[in-house]
Unconditional design. Structure first.
Length: 129
């Protein structure tokens, strides 16, 4: 979702295209992460397919929103959307916040010069706090 802030045209394309369709690598990766998080006890839900639908729908709509609706409160939108999704999948609120902080740090540190879009977006949006 962070990339959607810097590249709304990309976000508009991805949110409309079948990038998360039944045979896509993106969908497969999200499915695997949700399954692993459930097996580890981080997430609690009954239906894997329902959990996948919730995650894909949230991500797609979040990217579409960011592409079409300029807002000054981008970081809170991304953060709250992801936190709500995690809680909807059964994550404890405290654990969800910890994961979001870890993920932000990981993206920022990994981005470096290779992924300036993500690194710069997080820095500009105040994720260094």
């Amino acid at each position: 979702m962070i990339r959607s802030v810097r590249e709304p045209v990309w976000a508009a394309f991805v949110s409309r295209a079948d990038v998360m369709g039944p045979t896509s690598e993106v969908r497969h990766g999200i499915d695997m992460h949700i399954r692993a998080a459930r097996e580890s006890g981080f997430l609690t839900f009954t239906s894997q397919q329902s959990a996948l639908a919730l995650a894909l729908g949230t991500l797609s709509e979040g990217m579409r929103h960011l592409a079409q609706t300029p807002t000054e409160d981008v970081l809170p939108f991304v953060h709250d959307t992801m936190a709500l999704m995690l809680r909807g999948l059964g994550a404890d609120s405290v654990k969800a916040e910890e994961l979001l902080a870890e993920t932000s740090t990981f993206i920022r540190e990994s981005a470096g010069d290779e992924l300036p879009t993500w690194s710069d977006s997080l820095r500009e949006l105040g994720a260094d706090e």
